[in-house]
Every structure is written in C-alpha cells, then in structure tokens.
Design a protein around this ligand. Structure first.
Ligand SMILES: [Zn+2]
Length: 140
C-alpha cells in the first residue's frame, strides 16, 4: 500500500495512551488531576499548573473549527494527497486545540467557516496508526 502522507512515529511513552486510543477509535486526552484541565500534546507535566498528576480521559471527538488554510500546493513530495486540501486547527470541546485536516467538505472558503462544528473521523492508515481527522459535524 502506498501511503498518502508522511506518518508520525509515536515513540514517546507519554503519548502512548493517545495513539493506543486512536487505534481503538477513541480520542484520549491527558488531563491534570490538580487543575482539571485537559491539554495537548501529551507530556509529563501539566502546561497550566506544572502538576505531575496526569490522568487520561476520553474526549467527545467534537469541537469547532478554530482556524484553517486551504492548501493549493504541495511542497513535500511524500505528501500524495492532491491539493486543494484543508489544514485545520480544531478547538476540541474539552479545551485543547489540535492540528488536523478537515475532510469530507469542499475546499472552498464559502463553505468552510471558523467556529463551524466539527467531529472526528478516525482514519486508519496502517495496522499501528490511526489518525484523527475531522469533518463538519452537526450543531448540538
Ligand atoms: Zn494542572
């Protein structure tokens, strides 16, 4: 199988629950037990209060489109997805923001709007790796 994109290589133990969760169709987030805030990327200390008591919680997979860019050129030959495609900053309902792609939508600024509701699409790329992509979601 030819891969469409360069893949992340999960190696850090702090992020293992995140990647394991995606493989099981769950978006897992690290959350600080001290200040109760969820965060990304996974790390050993809370970025808000520097607490080290971190738990993992399953996120809803819902959020809003915080920002986006429609790419019309590809600068890395390892990227095989034909442009235009949508780079997206997602603001998860639980608070953290994450970079992803917005899919299943026309790459058209008349259609894509900041603050539009989005939902996760678990996209299996290998047996080991599932990526969290997003598509327009229904408002709640
Ligand atoms: Zn904290």
């Amino acid at each position: 199988m030819e891969l469409e994109r360069p893949l992340p290589q999960p190696i850090t133990p702090e992020a293992k629950p995140y990647w394991d969760g995606l493989r099981e169709q769950k978006l897992m987030l690290p959350r600080c037990r001290t200040c109760q805030r969820a965060f990304l990327y996974p790390r050993v200390l809370c970025p808000f209060c520097h607490g080290s008591d971190i738990e993992w919680v399953q996120a809803s997979g819902r959020g809003k489109l915080y920002s986006f860019e429609i790419s019309h050129q590809t600068f890395n030959r390892a990227w095989k997805i034909p442009p235009p495609y949508v780079l997206a900053m997602i603001a998860l309902a639980e608070g953290p923001r994450m970079m992803s792609n917005l899919i299943n939508v026309a790459p058209d600024p008349k259609v894509i709007r900041c603050d539009m509701p989005v939902e996760i699409v678990f996209t299996k790329v290998t047996d080991e790796l599932t990526l969290p992509l997003f598509q327009p979601g229904s408002p709640r």
